[in-house]
Every structure is written in structure tokens, then in C-alpha cells.
Design a protein around this ligand. Structure first.
Ligand SMILES: Nc1nc2c(c(=O)[nH]1)N[C@H]1C(S)=C(S)[C@@H](COP(=O)(O)OP(=O)(O)OC[C@H]3O[C@@H](n4cnc5c(=O)[nH]c(N)nc54)[C@H](O)[C@@H]3O)O[C@H]1N2
Ligand SMILES: Nc1nc2c(c(=O)[nH]1)N[C@H]1C(S)=C(S)[C@@H](COP(=O)(O)OP(=O)(O)OC[C@H]3O[C@@H](n4cnc5c(=O)[nH]c(N)nc54)[C@H](O)[C@@H]3O)O[C@H]1N2
Ligand code: SF4
Ligand SMILES: [Mo]
Length: 727
């Protein structure tokens, strides 16, 4: 439980570590002074090159924040750990004996360290023996992951290190606003633009700070990227820009994709997307001048056709011969701090560690051996994040939910409905260091350590495994997530019926905490957990077998796959071949289709949602930090002045935005940077400013990604006495 190098309070101390927030995982140095104050300094690391954004600079402010949870809460009242644990275990035991194992569900997060993500997946399958676990990465990376898997046989966000970007002649950013979502990334963009004749092209319905510094901005109607990408492919074919030799030797299934592209002639694509033909042509010609890189992010991916949209961009990259060539390729920009590692170690409903499939028999056997359980006792696949949340408290759904590292009350789509589901539960447990909006609804809240108080590893957007280091111990009485899981596992096991236990009878009396009679062990020690993770991932797609904490320290991080301690990591994938059975990348035929909810007379505008520089995610953390609140303390509704004039709305006037599912209010912000048919609202805010009250629960059929990026709304002046829709 004790962080390895942590200093007791009052002892000056310094550690190199990484920012707690996004997947850029900027290097920082944390210092604790004699009076216990913690300070952040930027550290030169190959990703951030000494830069940090405002969120990174202020990250330490939450460590000793007055809102920090310091004791477990039971129905809002402080209680002892003993009381909290006993309550949880009694409830879980009762619920499982009445409704079955799957009646208890787990919801994880892409901010958890590799060790915690791994332990959480194991906890669900072995300690709870439930199939019902999924996590917030489903709302984030799942579309790009599925498309990458089916094209390349592997999903590592960037298959090359960040410095490769600087060498690209052309860079296409589809639905990425990195100037606000990863500010130090901007240095790589500036280097790229400095190449003679370089093109940097941004596809975004808004002229974001990222689009404004690009050489070309394509401003499509939300939800039309798939048609756009197919249209670019059409032009590439028409102009003879396809790399025929590459297509013939390194790919499969080109013919059908080529046939489909024929239907996306430029005039049609201009009509669907609103992007002028000349800009489409300029984009394709630039991309054909290699080296070129295509990157997608949430703007293109968070759609009910997100997987196919990413496939369309990958098809384009393959036709131009980009992936697997030096300085060229396709990648997606992973979002959360451990959004990459978080999707490899088994907190996804259909997954086991090492990016293994839970319905693959040999994968089950391997993991069962590492865990010391029978493969037959491992549950099968559960359902995706939204489906899971939507089933809570229903007749056939889970009656209990344990949340580690997410705030779905604010961040889930169709949030009014999801809030009702969460309130229907017989048991909601939230482990967090502050009282998030989801923790507000919980029966039991368990306080946990923060990033600067724990050791572990994170895998950044490049697939580079990094060390998180503890500067100090958690406040008195607070343990880490790993310690909580180990304690719960031990207590659950002891409360299980003897006939349910299998193996090692009689070992119980002198068992260490977390030692499981099933044979499985849960330990609070992150390094021991990582050692087990190495064994569990060995031979999997995301192979960490050769990654050690020592190597990570010595080598500025290690890129997976890394199959043994004497082998180098793999900064660049695909140089030899792809991860498919025959080593070829696979084209996927994909057709454009309309958004799940198109505009009509009642709801005549598109709503799109996204991020602001000074807030992070559901805002649970960053809305509590003074300088960030000052920079971005409130939601707003971005409207084009022409639209505002039509609606009789002035700058800063409070407006109500309404969809079929709910409404929210916020001040209007008039700006010419947005399309006149579209409004934008950031999703970091709660209560009456919560935009997810409006968003649609249409899901991608493959990835189950919700359509966060487009639904139909109307906008009107808010009556001054407007009641919040969902108090
Ligand atoms: N400041 C800040 N940084 C963050 C985060 C944060 O919350 N705050 N979160 C982190 C996480 S988890 C993630 S996933 C990343 C996300 O990083 P990004 O994907 O860069 O962020 P978003 O703002 O969600 O979406 C990007 C852009 O998509 C545009 N967009 C909307 N609809 C469409 C569309 O139909 N097509 C296209 N092409 N574009 C569209 C939006 O206008 C927006 O500018 O950021 C990470 N970094
Ligand atoms: N409308 C709209 N909605 C969106 C999006 C969008 O673009 N538009 N984007 C989606 C995306 S990409 C994402 S990633 C999600 C993110 O949305 P959420 O999953 O809600 O993300 P966070 O706000 O980061 O929530 C993390 C919570 O866990 C806590 N926490 C942080 N670290 C730890 C830890 O190590 N242990 C424990 N126990 N708790 C911890 C934090 O205090 C916080 O309360 O939102 C999605 N929702
Ligand atoms: S860009 Fe991301 S990792 Fe870097 S300081 Fe900002 S939030 Fe932290
Ligand atoms: Mo995300």
C-alpha cells in the first residue's frame, strides 16, 4: 500500500513523473517543500519537449483541496472503512445470491494506471465472477480501436512515435482539436508546417484554434466525414494517385472498396459535406506527396458510424501507400491519460489482458493459468458501456455497480435517462478522490489516492509505457485503488459459500490480505501487480512481457509489443508487415449514411459537443481548480452570428438548447468560426449546463460508441426563470 519512493510529509522531495490528465502524458517534475506544498515543473520528455498546458501546471491543486474526500461515506455520512467494506460486501453477497453473479457490475476508466485497469478486470471476473464490466474508453477510443483492429490486426493509437509527425510533408487531422486538447502537441505541428511546401489540413465543422493555424481547413456538416473520405479516395483513383504496387503487395480486398469509391464523385461529396471540390482535390494531391500522415480523433469517431468512418480514412491511407512507410501512416489520437493501456488489460466487456478476446479458448486458458483459476469459471463477454448503464436496475440488468475512475452522470450520453438508471440501483459504490456528480448519487463512496501518491505505469498515445511515481503518501486513512480492490476481493471470498470456493481448502486461516482461496491473488503492491500483468500479457497482441519498471526508467519509456527483457520495444509498427494472419492490411468497403437523428422542422440545428482547453472531461477534477474555473467556468452555446440574428439571440444572452431527450441552458457565444447550421457546447459541465442531457444514445453497431458528436436540437432564448430540466 505504501508508495515505493514516497516521502513522508515535511520531508523535501522531488520525483520525475507525468501529468495525470491526457494521453500526451507530458513529463513533469513534482517537488514537495518542507511545508508540504507540492509544485509542478515542466520536464523535458520526448512527447512534450518541456511544454505543459494549463491543466498540467495546476494539477497539484487538487491534492490538498478542501473538496478532497478523506473518509468513506455511507449514504452521505462519514463512516469507518470497516463499516463501508462490511456494507458493500453484505450487499453484494445478498444481491448475487438473489439475482446471480452478473447482477453486480463494474465500470472502469481510461485514467487508471495499467496495474489498476488490469486488477479491475481481474476483480470483476474472479472476485465478483461477473461478466458485467466495461469502461469509459467505450465512449472514447472504441471506434478507432475496432477499425484499426480490422484493418491492421492491432490497435495501437499511433503506430509510430510522435517525432515522426515533424517529418510529414502533409498532415491531415480529422476531427481533432489538439491545440486545445493536447497543447504541447502543437510543437510537432509547428515543426511539420515548417517543412517546405508542407500542407496541414484540418477537418472540423468549427474553425478551431487547430484549424486556424492549418494551411487548409475543411468545414463539413457534422457526421459527413465518411462521405468526405470516400470522396477523397474517388479523386485519388481518378487522378491516378493510388500506389498500385503497395496495394497489390501489402493489402487485401481493394477491389470492392474501389467500386464503392466510384459512387463518391466530387459534386456529390460537395453536396453531402459542404466542402468545395477544389479543397477536396487539394487535400488528395497533398496526401499523395509522401511522407503523409492521417490522424483521426473524436470529431470523426464519436458517431453511430464511427468505425466505418475511421475505416474510410484508413482505406484512403492504404490506397496512397502510407502505413508502414517511414514517416507516413494512419493513427488515432488517444485521449485519456491511460486510454491506450486502459483498453489492453481487460476492463472492456469482451476482453482479457494483452488485448485478448474473452471468447477465445486459448486466451481464457492462458489467463486462467496466470490467475490460478479454472478457465471454465471465467465469465463470457458482457455488454458495452452504454448498454450496461442503460440496463442498471432493470429486471434483467445489474442491481449493483462499482465505479472506478469515471463520472457517467456528466459524461454518458442521454444522461437524464442514465441518471434515472443509476438511481434505480440497490447499490452504487464510487471510488474517487472527490465527490463527483456520480459519487453524489452513491450509497458508498470510497476515498482513494491521487496520481502523485501512487506508483504505477501508464501507456501514452504512442504506445509508450511510462512510469507514474509517487511523490508522497496518501493522506492518513486513504489507500490506493489497488488496496481497495485487494481488500474487497479478500472479504468477498471469505463471505462466499464454502461450496463456491474451489481449491486450497484450509488455507484460509493464515492467508494474507487479498490472497484468494480460488488461487487468485489480489495485491495492493503495484509493482507485483505489474509483474503479473507482464505474465498475463505475454504472447498477446499488446505484449508487455519484456517491459520492466527499470527499463521504463532507463529508456524514456518502452513501446509495446516488447516480448522479452532482452528485446527492444517497438516504436514503429508495420515496417515488416501488419498484424493480420497474412501480414497484409485489409481494406473495408464502407458507405456513407445519414446521422442517426437528422434535423427537421422541430429540431432544425445540429448540436455537436467537445472540449475546452481549461477543462478536463466531466470537469469533476478541473472545475474545482481556481485558475481553470477562471479560464472556463461555465458552459456556453457557440452560435454563428447569422443564426443568432435569425433566432433573436444576442451575445452572452442565456439560451436554452433542447433535443428530444432533454434541455440545458448556458450563455450564447456568438462566433463566425462555426457553421450556421450547427451549435457547439462543451461537455465539461453539470446540472443545467450538462450537454449530455441532450445527446443521443444511438450507438455504432460494431464499437457501441455513442453519437456524441451530432444530434438535432432547437435553440431559443431561455426564460429568466427557466427551471433546470434535471435537478
Ligand atoms: N482540454 C482538454 N483536453 C483533453 C480532454 C479534455 O477533456 N479537455 N480530454 C482528453 C480526451 S479523453 C480525449 S478523447 C481527447 C479528445 O480530443 P479531440 O478529439 O481533439 O477533442 P473534441 O473536442 O472532443 O473533438 C475534436 C473536434 O471535433 C469536432 N467535430 C465535431 N463534430 C465533428 C464531425 O462530425 N466531424 C469532424 N471532422 N469533426 C467534428 C469538434 O468541433 C472538435 O473541435 O482530448 C483529450 N484532451
Ligand atoms: N457530449 C460528450 N460527452 C462525452 C464526450 C464528448 O466528446 N462529448 N467524450 C467522451 C469521452 S472521449 C470520454 S473519455 C468520457 C470521459 O468522461 P468520464 O469518464 O466521466 O471522465 P472523467 O471526468 O475523467 O472522470 C474520471 C472520474 O474518476 C476520478 N478519477 C480520476 N483518476 C482516478 C483514479 O485513478 N482512481 C479513481 N478511483 N478515480 C479516479 C475523477 O476524479 C473523476 O471523478 O466522456 C465522454 N463523454
Ligand atoms: S497536454 Fe495533457 S498531459 Fe500535457 S499538461 Fe496538458 S493535460 Fe497534461
Ligand atoms: Mo476520451
Amino acid at each position: 500500500m505504501t508508495p515505493q519512493d514516497a516521502a513522508p510529509p515535511g520531508q523535501p522531495h522531488e520525483v520525475p513523473t507525468h501529468c495525470p490528465y491526457c494521453a500526451l502524458q507530458c513529463g513533469m517534475t513534482l517537488t514537495q517543500s518542507a511545508d508540504g506544498r507540492v509544485e509542478v515543473a515542466a520536464r523535458d520528455f520526448p512527447t512534450n519537449r518541456g511544454g505543459l498546458c494549463q491543466k498540467g501546471w495546476t494539477a497539484a491543486e487538487l491534492l490538498d483541496h478542501p473538496d478532497r474526500l478523506r473518509q468513506p461515506l455511507l449514504h452521505g455520512e462519514p463512516v469507518s472503512w470497516e463499516t463501508a467494506y462490511a456494507y458493500i460486501v453484505d450487499k453484494i453477497t445478498a444481491i448475487q445470491s438473489e439475482y446471480g453473479r452478473d447482477a453486480v457490475a463494474v465500470f472502469g476508466g481510461g485514467g487508471l494506471t495499467n496495474e489498476k485497469a488490469y486488477a479491475l478486470g481481474k476483480f470483476a471476473r474472479v472476485a465478483l465472477r461477473t461478466k458485467n464490466i466495461d469502461y469509459n474508453g467505450r465512449f472514447c477510443m472504441s471506434s478507432a480501436a475496432a477499425a484499426g483492429m480490422r484493418a491492421f490486426g492491432v490497435d495501437r493509437g499511433l503506430p509510430f512515435p510522435l517525432p515522426d509527425l515533424a517529418g510529414a510533408q502533409t498532415l491531415l487531422l480529422a476531427g481533432a482539436n489538439v491545440a486545445e486538447t493536447m497543447p504541447p502537441f502543437g510543437r510537432w505541428l509547428a515543426d511539420q508546417r515548417a517543412n517546405p511546401g508542407a500542407e496541414q489540413i484540418v477537418i472540423d465543422p468549427r474553425a478551431t484554434p487547430t484549424a486556424r493555424v492549418a494551411t487548409l481547413h475543411l468545414q463539413p456538416t457534422p457526421g459527413t466525414d465518411l462521405a468526405l473520405a470516400n470522396g477523397l479516395l474517388h479523386i485519388a483513383i481518378a487522378e491516378g494517385l493510388v500506389d498500385e504496387e503497395y496495394v497489390a503487395t501489402r493489402t487485401r480486398e481493394w477491389e470492392q472498396v474501389k467500386r464503392i469509391a466510384a459512387g463518391y464523385w466530387p459534386a456529390r461529396v460537395e453536396r453531402i459535406t459542404g466542402v468545395p471540390i477544389a479543397d477536396l482535390e487539394r487535400t488528395v494531391r497533398a496526401l499523395a506527396r509522401r511522407p503523409a500522415i492521417i490522424l483521426t480523433a473524436r470529431g470523426a469517431e464519436q458517431h453511430a458510424k464511427g468505425v466505418d468512418t475511421v475505416s474510410a480514412f484508413i482505406n484512403l491511407a492504404l490506397a496512397l501507400g502510407l502505413p508502414g512507410r517511414p514517416g507516413s501512416g494512419y493513427g488515432c489520437l488517444t485521449g485519456q491519460g491511460n486510454g491506450q493501456g486502459g483498453r489492453e488489460h481487460g476492463q472492456k466487456a469482451d476482453q482479457l489482458p494483452g488485448y485478448r478476446k474473452i471468447d477465445d479458448e486459448s486466451a481464457r486458458n492462458h489467463i486462467a493459468r496466470v490467475w490460478g483459476v479454472d478457465a471454465a469459471d471465467l465469465p463470457g463477454p458482457g455488454v458495452s458501456a452504454y448498454e450496461l448503464l442503460d440496463s442498471l436496475g432493470t429486471d434483467s440488468g445489474p442491481q449493483a455497480l462499482l465505479v472506478f475512475g469515471s463520472n457517467p452522470v456528466v459524461s454518458a450520453p442521454n444522461a437524464i435517462h442514465i441518471g434515472k438508471r443509476l438511481r434505480n440501483l440497490q447499490l452504487l459504490v464510487v471510488c474517487d478522490f472527490i465527490k463527483s456528480e456520480t459519487a453524489e448519487l452513491a450509497d458508498v463512496v470510497l476515498p482513494t489516492a491521487q496520481w502523485a501518491e501512487e506508483d504505477g505505469t501508464m501507456t501514452n498515445l504512442e504506445g509508450r509505457v511510462l512510469r507514474r511515481r509517487a511523490l508522497r503518501k496518501p493522506p492518513p486513512g486513504i489507500g490506493t485503488d489497488l488496496a481497495v480492490l485487494a481488500e474487497l476481493a479478500s472479504r468477498l471470498d471469505q463471505s462466499a459459500e464454502p461450496r463456491e470456493r474451489h481449491g486450497h481448502p484450509g488455507e484460509g486461516a493464515d492467508r494474507a490480505i487479498g490472497d484468494h482461496p480460488t488461487g487468485a491473488r489480489f495485491v495492493a503492491d503495484p509493482r507485483a501487480t505489474f509483474e503479473e500483468l507482464r505474465r498475463a500479457t505475454a504472447g498477446g497482441v499488446a505484449d508487455y512481457a519484456g517491459v520492466t519498471w527499470e527499463r521504463v526508467d532507463a529508456e524514456d519509456g518502452v513501446f509495446w509489443p516488447c516480448s522479452s527483457a532482452d528485446r527492444a520495444g517497438t516504436p514503429r509498427l508495420f515496417e515488416e508487415g501488419f498484424f493480420t494472419p497474412d501480414g497484409r492490411a485489409v481494406f473495408h468497403p464502407v458507405e456513407h449514411r445519414p446521422v442517426a437523428e437528422d434535423i427537421d422542422a422541430d429540431f432544425p440545428l445540429y448540436l455537436t459537443t467537445g472540449r475546452l482547453l481549461a477543462q478536463y472531461q466531466s470537469g469533476a477534477q478541473t472545475r474545482r481548480i481556481g485558475p481553470l474555473r477562471k479560464a472556463a467556468g461555465s458552459a456556453f452555446v457557440e452560435l454563428h452570428p447569422d443564426l443568432a440574428a435569425r433566432l433573436g439571440i444576442s451575445h452572452q444572452q442565456r439560451v436554452r438548447v433542447t433535443s428530444r431527450r432533454g434541455s440545458m441552458t448556458a450563455p450564447a457565444r456568438l462566433t463566425e468560426t462555426i457553421r450556421p447550421d450547427t451549435v457547439f457546447v462543451p461537455f465539461h459541465f453539470a446540472g443545467e449546463q450538462r450537454v449530455n442531457s441532450l445527446t443521443s444514445d444511438a450507438l455504432d453497431p460494431v464499437s457501441k460508441m455513442p453519437e456524441f458528436k451530432v444530434c438535432a436540437v432547437r435553440v431559443e432564448p431561455a426564460e429568466p426563470s427557466g427551471e433546470p430540466e434535471d435537478a
